[in-house]
Ligand binder design. Structure first.
Ligand code: GDP
Length: 443
């Protein structure tokens, strides 16, 4: 996502920053390139135009051009404008109402609406709320059953299915059940259609009348580019949306949908779907996304992902061992498992400044997951003693481990080297006052 836009803008800014002094013509030239880059990323034309006009006006100001670092200043202006275009502050769900709070999910068929309903329900449940999901999708075969299956997976209640019942009646029944059974939040997964049509809009309005939603979230597929923008425009004119969820942000969408959404709907993007799994959803943070687009990395999201992936007791055990400067193959193995939970090396690399290219290479060869699994297999082929004391691994033992894991001695050597490097890093962290000291340094 955003990769080619990011590369294009990176090129423009590198040229700007490379010069000591800038003229108005330089800035205007750069802004023309920015405009082309935005349009190629599928940003809606009026949105791209307004963006470039605003940035140009600020950037040709005398204070910028006469400053010591004009290129840097222009980049900052673009960054701030991007953040504004994406919606400034991140927006959460509004669930602090007299229960039950009602969240109505709307969108076209295939946009990821049902999956997103389950993902959000899982998040809301994690906040300690009692959630009821109800599928009003009587158009798509087995849609109601699909939601029930997801409900079982995330251990969230779903409204029992009554064959032949129509959406408005299902909504009414969901509201009654929620009140009677003391649910805090009702998630209504409405019926999608292949295209926006009047019947769909009328149905949305009727369901909204019955359920009085506190949130109406439009789910759009970011891969559909300009179409996503059109869908959002249509929906926002007819239904009082409160926010947008963009799905498939893990794909290689050019990003235009994300960048245009706020401007065309006037509503914030609240969440981003980043995969098929039910935990693959993230709050949408305009500042971080702008940072990612401008190639500055998204270190904050990285740290948050790490915190979620590392199970608390694992982390504690690890910290205790690290405090002693210990790091054996078992530790390495649990680190590898954590990396896998965090979406592999590729996903991580994209968040680290300057690592975008490495990420592309890894994603292209689908190496990351394979490498992690192979390392895990090698450690699995070691004896308990070897895992605790990797220095025991002489040539003969290495051959055995390689055979046992279907790898080569070279692979085993690489693993040992990696372990050695990490063990050294652990000792260094210990010297710096342990993880706590490190965390303090990172702020
Ligand atoms: P609906 O018709 O709008 O209810 O769509 P579904 O929820 O059934 O989703 C359609 C497909 O998109 C399913 O295969 C989902 O797993 C997939 N999907 C949904 N959200 C995402 C996402 O954020 N990333 C990816 N990669 N796939 C997604």
């Amino acid at each position: 996502m955003f990769d080619s836009l990011s590369d294009r803008l990176g090129g423009v800014f590198d040229r700007l920053r490379g010069r000591g002094a800038l003229t108005e013509a330089d800035v205007r030239g750069a802004m023309r390139e920015v405009r082309i880059a935005l349009l190629e990323a599928d940003v809606a034309l009026p949105v791209a135009r307004a963006f470039v006009d605003k940035v140009t006006e600020e950037a040709v100001g005398q204070n910028v051009l006469r400053s010591v670092t004009p290129g840097q200043q222009v980049v900052k202006i673009v960054n701030d404008a991007l953040v504004e275009m994406l919606g400034s502050d991140s927006a959460d769900l509004n669930l602090d109402v007299t229960p039950p709070a009602v969240v109505m999910m709307v969108g076209l068929q295939g946009s990821g609406k049902t999956t997103t309903t389950a993902k959000l329900s899982r998040l809301v449940k994690k906040r300690g709320k009692k959630v009821l999901m109800a599928s009003l999708d009587v158009n798509r075969p087995a849609a109601q059953e699909q939601l029930a299956v997801l409900g079982t997976q995330i251990e969230v209640a779903t409204l029992p299915i009554v064959a032949g019942q129509q959406p408005v009646d299902i909504a009414r029944r969901a509201m009654q059940s929620a009140k009677l059974q003391g649910f805090d939040v009702v998630m209504l997964d409405t019926a999608g259609r292949l295209h926006v049509d009047q019947a769909l809009m009328d149905e949305m309005k009727a369901v909204a009348d019955i359920s009085k939603p506190d949130e109406i979230l439009l789910v759009v597929d970011s891969l559909t580019g300009q179409d996503a923008v059109n869908v959002a425009t249509n929906f926002s004119q007819q239904v009082p949306l409160t926010g947008v969820v963009l799905t498939r942000m893990d794909g290689d969408a050019r990003g235009g949908a994300a960048l245009s959404m706020r401007a065309v709907t006037g509503k914030p993007i609240k969440f981003a779907g980043v995969g098929e799994k039910l935990d693959a959803i993230e709050p949408f943070h305009p500042k971080r996304v702008a940072g990612r687009i401008l190639g500055m990395g998204d270190v904050v999201s990285l740290v948050e992902r790490a915190a979620e992936a590392i199970q608390a007791d694992d982390a504690e055990k690890m910290a205790a061992r690290m405090a002693k400067g210990q790091f054996d193959m078992n530790d390495l193995r649990s680190q590898l498992a954590q990396m896998r939970r965090m979406g592999g090396l590729g996903a991580l690399a994209g968040m680290i400044p300057g690592m975008k290219k490495a990420q592309a290479a890894m994603a292209a060869s689908n190496m990351d997951e394979r490498i992690l699994l192979r390392m895990d297999a090698m450690i699995g082929s070691m004896t308990i003693k070897e895992r605790a004391k990797p220095e025991l691994l002489n040539a003969k033992r290495k051959i055995r481990v390689a055979k046992g894991s279907g790898t080569t001695v070279q692979d085993v050597n690489k693993l040992l080297k990696m372990h050695q490097e990490m063990a050294t890093a652990m000792k260094r962290i210990k010297k710096m006052g342990g993880i706590k000291g490190l965390a303090a340094m990172l702020g």
